[in-house]
Design a protein around this ligand. Structure first.
Ligand code: NAD
Length: 310
């Protein structure tokens, strides 16, 4: 299994480490337009690899080096600076995706490659990459709200004093400020979250729900304020998605793919079954009227941002 990572900054480096640590990949190509950075990252990660899995890690600043890749992960582009939203990155990162995707496509097998998008604003970049690549939408996958969903599970697990493994919960819509917590579909040990909280006498008021939603939405801002960027969470999310694809696991993940046609095309996160060929099916989650309205609004924001690209 050969994986190429495009953009070896803070996120690309964390993704490379997490991918290496899956033990599922025999070759990782680290591509960056900054050749010195790619070489240094490959050197450092190569030293780390000598302690564990036998994986060939090489730097590249020529796209020919990615030939034969089964999966290409795009993590290039500007990140948020303190106070910036993901949408502030729109025009700049659209240019980055326009630069990268045609070059990637000229060097991979379009019949089988899977593209994984990480660059923000994520959902719009998925739409753009799918359009530029001409690949089936099922194989142009954004990590979407996988990270937001992980943040929600972590917060709930702490508040409910149960393992995150016992919680099924989803954040849907935009990977951004309009993301939606789908309270209606949360289950804890097979019970609805309301039943669980009633049985264990844990308060779950509207104010508590609001503060959990705020916490999920603001997590990236807080991390960026504290350490300049986010990387560990997204590294783990990409590795988890990659594992699901390589092992054909058919797990349900909140990833973002383009759906619909013409002016109605939209990429946003919904619970989707993921396997070796990418997204296999999309589920219509159980939602209240308010949650459905919030999801619709989130979709409109993504479409509006996409339309600004011209
Ligand atoms: P960074 O500035 O540390 O690294 C970006 C890298 O991209 C640099 O090494 C740069 O040389 C490279 N690059 C830029 N343009 C390129 C091009 N045209 N071709 C090849 N390489 C190019 O930024 P970062 O912190 O690593 O963040 C990268 C992206 O990931 C940002 O858009 C950020 O917002 C996003 N991100 C997404 C999530 C998510 O959940 N989807 C989480 C965190 C960060």
């Amino acid at each position: 299994m050969k994986v190429a990572i495009i953009g070896i900054g803070t996120v690309g480096s964390a993704v490379a480490t997490a991918v290496k640590n899956t033990g599922l990949v025999h070759e990782i190509v680290l591509f960056d337009r900054d050749a010195v950075r790619a070489r240094a990252a490959a050197e450092d990660l190569g030293h780390a690899a000598s302690f564990g899995f036998d994986v060939n890690i090489s730097p590249a600043n020529n796209y020919r080096a990615i030939r034969g890749s089964d999966i290409v992960i795009i993590a290039a582009g500007a990140n948020q600076k303190p106070g910036e939203t993901r949408t502030d990155l729109l025009q700049h990162n659209a240019d980055v995706i326009r630069d990268i995707v045609p070059r990637v496509m000229a060097n991979v097998d379009p019949k089988r490659v899977v593209l994984i998008l990480v660059t923000n604003p994520l959902d719009v970049m998925v739409m753009l990459a799918q359009k530029l690549s001409g690949l089936p939408p099922a194989r142009v996958i954004g990590t979407g709200t996988m990270l937001d969903t992980a943040r929600l599970r972590t917060i709930l697990a702490r508040g409910l004093s149960v393992s995150p493994q016992s919680i099924h919960s989803y954040v849907l819509g935009e990977h951004g400020d309009s993301s939606v917590v789908d309270w209606s579909s949360i289950t804890v040990g097979g019970l609805t979250i309301d039943d669980f909280c009633r049985q264990l006498k844990i308060p779950l008021t509207a104010a508590i729900r609001n503060s959990i939603e705020e916490h999920v939405r603001n997590a990236a801002y807080e991390i960026i304020r504290g350490r300049g960027a986010t990387w560990d969470g997204i590294g783990a999310a990409v590795a988890d998605l990659l594992k699901c694809i390589i092992n054909d696991e058919h797990r349900i993940l909140t990833v973002s793919i383009a759906a619909g046609t013409g002016a109605h095309v939209l990429a946003m996160s919904l619970p989707r079954i993921v396997g070796a060929n990418g997204v296999i099916a999309t589920l219509n989650p159980k939602m209240s009227a308010a949650e459905s309205a919030a999801l619709k609004k989130s979709g409109k924001i993504i479409q509006k941002n996409f339309s600004h690209l011209g």
